[in-house]
Design a protein around this ligand. Structure first.
Ligand code: 6R9
Length: 650
């Protein structure tokens, strides 16, 4: 039982933490009792061009949902992340860039150099006609230019939308078209784990499906060969070299969009999550400082990719707003060997290290000899994000990486929340392996009964996780579809923001996230809608019907289990199985490739034709004791066939 799990005491050395034990309760109470007072004070950590007079103006009522913070203030995010640091820390490293191949040189980019590069890129974008409010899509490897491009957009008021470099041309084209961007920024190639993805070729393929207006700015990274379309493709590196290092920043309203980031939901196409300028930056900066107990001079490393929200808030915006040194890593945890993370920690004397449970589990399986070779004495705080962490992985991380002296912050949050929501704080909150612990300042979690929507008061409690009031980092809308925003997050449990996660609160009031309660699966910390994978499968000419569910996977957290009904006359074969796997990789990207495909002559359906996913989920989980009532099925015998031919989870 999780509620009997003992707390891990706060290790020594956190007497000067940003928040100490008695601060937490006091500051939390203040943030809830007086949000206006609390947040107007916290917003001072940011430089405002025009100060705000109004703090919070939010409404969670379905039909009227509106979220505004600091609405009459003006600021510029790039000025906050760069210019204001130049006087005091111009020569300090802003970004340490560590390449995929450790044989290649790493880079230290100072705040002054960052300023020059961002201004150059901002000038190039302006010369290309990009103006305030225009969308710019970024499809880039983990190189400094990705950060430059984000900040260059922020400087001129353009809205960036990053597409993870592992996504397919189709996925890229959909996002360019949905956002209405006229500029795509990409690079020749993206090296990862010793292999280079032909990023520019993917971009070429995507652009075949986009308007002729879309221009393609190309960063020269590896120098690998690319094809070139005159009039459309532009050598960004060459233009930056010629551009001025000064670019006047745009004064942005606090509620002007900063970026759009597409994420998967339970239905339909991925939605463009919109984050705005003022509240997002205040929240990213504040959480980065408190949650990682960041102090001046610390070297901070988050291993995420800028293609995910974690990279936005905790590689670029939060750390740079705080004047931190942030490490950007191009590679993967297992190249050249499973000691790479620890080698990089030792090489750059990393103080805060933030990664995903799936990476910890993968490295745990390789043994501790890869850890022992490296000096990890610089580490102070460890973090995890992306999915629930199993206590075994937590303990391995604590013992072998933190050596029992680094607090672990298990940070629960979402693309939609902009920043950490439920997390421990080093120096203030004792941890329990597997629990995200307690809410961050200003966050009011509530647990509702999934069916009755009744708030579950008192401890312990279990149900679906909602948030009762707004916080500054909250998403504001779905790009181009406010109705979808309201329906997705505010309709099912009126008056609350619905997270889509299940949750338990134990006797100590600690929160334990139990995973998604909707048709979203979490594979290696990457969010995927089962509907997306299904629609890719049924787009194959030999597939009649497909149903996709998650199942427990020892390393990935969840694996993708696909039930596939073939077209009449098509025989199943191993060749076809491999072909379907490849098909999904090209349609969506490698992260969406099904782990298991079961040939399903029929699907369990209700008489009205609805696929009973509950049953498919149980079979995929090897759990037949609780299949529930199958009598309402149109053909109950289908279930026996599926059980008899289930795939071995291995
Ligand atoms: C930041 C990020 C969000 C979903 C979220 C939940 C899961 C994230 C977690 C966690 C348990 C944690 N999740 N952090 N579950 N403990 N510490 O991952 O954003 O990609 O939008 O995913 O990830 O299910 O709802 P995103």
């Amino acid at each position: 039982m999780t509620d009997t799990v003992a707390k891990h005491a706060i290790p020594e050395g956190f007497e000067n933490a940003r928040a100490k034990a008695d601060d937490y309760a006091r500051l939390y109470a203040e943030s809830i009792d007086d949000p206006d007072g609390f947040w107007s004070r916290e917003a001072k950590r940011i430089d405002w061009i025009k100060p705000f007079t109004k703090v919070k103006n939010t409404d969670f009522t379905f039909g009227n949902v509106s979220i505004k913070w600091f609405e009459d203030g003006q600021l510029n995010v790039s000025v906050n992340c760069i210019d204001r640091h130049l006087e005091s820390r111009g020569d300090q490293t802003a970004i340490i860039w560590e390449p995929d191949d450790p044989q290649n040189d790493h880079k230290h980019i100072t705040y002054r150099e960052l300023s020059e590069q961002v201004n150059r890129m901002a000038n190039v974008l302006r010369d290309q006609g990009v103006a305030k409010g225009d969308r710019v899509v970024l499809y880039l490897p983990m190189i400094p230019e990705a950060a430059y491009a984000m900040l260059a957009c922020a400087r001129i008021g353009a809205i960036h939308s990053i597409v993870f470099a592992g996504f397919s041309p189709d996925a890229l084209a959909n996002r360019i078209n949905d956002s209405g961007a006229n500029i795509l920024i990409t690079a020749d190639q993206a090296p990862r784990g010793g292999k280079a993805t032909a990023l520019k070729s993917n971009a070429d393929a995507a652009l075949l499906r986009c308007s002729d207006r879309v221009k393609c700015l190309v960063v020269k990274h590896t120098g690998g060969q690319t094809t070139w379309t005159e009039g459309r493709d532009i050598d960004l590196t060459a233009l930056m070299n010629e551009a001025s290092t000064e670019c006047e920043p745009e004064a942005m309203g606090a509620e002007d969009p900063l970026f759009v980031l597409y994420t998967s939901g339970s239905t339909g196409r991925p939605k463009g999550v919109v984050h705005t300028t003022g509240g997002y930056l205040v929240y990213a900066a504040m959480t980065h400082e408190y949650v990682f107990d960041y102090h001046d001079g610390d070297i901070y490393w988050c291993t995420a990719d800028v293609g995910w929200v974690t990279g936005h808030s905790y590689i670029v915006y939060g750390p740079l707003a705080n004047g931190a040194t942030t490490l950007m890593f191009e590679g993967v945890p297992t190249f050249p060997d499973a000691g790479r993370f620890w080698e990089v920690c030792a090489k750059h004397k990393v103080n805060q290290f933030y990664t995903a449970p799936t990476a910890i589990r993968a490295l745990m399986g390789k043994g501790t000899e890869f850890v022992e070779k490296h000096d990890l004495s610089s580490l102070k705080v460890l973090g995890t994000v992306g999915e629930p962490i199993n206590p075994e992985a937590w303990n391995w991380y604590d013992t072998n990486i933190g050596k029992g002296r680094c607090p672990i912050v298990d940070t629960w949050w979402q693309t939609e929340t902009g920043g950490h929501m439920i997390t421990s704080l080093p120096g203030a909150i004792e941890t329990k392996p597997g629990s995200a612990t307690l809410p961050f300042f200003g966050v009011k979690p509530v647990i509702l009964d999934a069916e009755s929507a009744k708030v579950q008061e008192g401890d312990p409690a279990e149900g679906v996780l909602c948030i009762a009031d707004s916080w500054p980092g909250q998403m504001r809308t779905v790009w181009g579809d406010h109705q979808r925003f309201m329906e997705t997050y505010f309709q099912q449990y009126p008056g609350y923001y619905f997270t889509g996660d299940g949750c338990r609160r134990d006797e100590d009031g600690y929160y334990w996230i139990t995973g998604r309660v909707d048709d979203v699966i979490n594979v290696s910390g990457h969010r995927m809608g089962t509907a997306e994978v299904e629609s890719a499968l049924v787009a194959h000419e030999k597939v009649a019907e497909a149903a996709v569910v998650g199942y427990p996977h020892p390393v990935k957290g969840q694996g993708i289990y696909a039930y596939v009904t073939l077209m009449g006359g098509v025989e199943p074969s191993e060749e076809l199985r491999a072909d379907l796997e490849k098909w999904v990789r090209t349609e969506i990207g490698p992260i969406a490739k099904p782990d298991l495909i079961q040939w399903a002559p029929g699907m369990p359906k209700t008489r009205s034709g609805k696929i009973m996913r509950r049953i498919l989920r149980k079979i995929a989980e090897d759990d037949y004791s609780s299949l529930g009532d199958t009598s309402t099925l149109a053909e109950p015998e289908v279930v026996d066939d599926l059980i008899a031919n289930r795939m071995n989870r291995g």
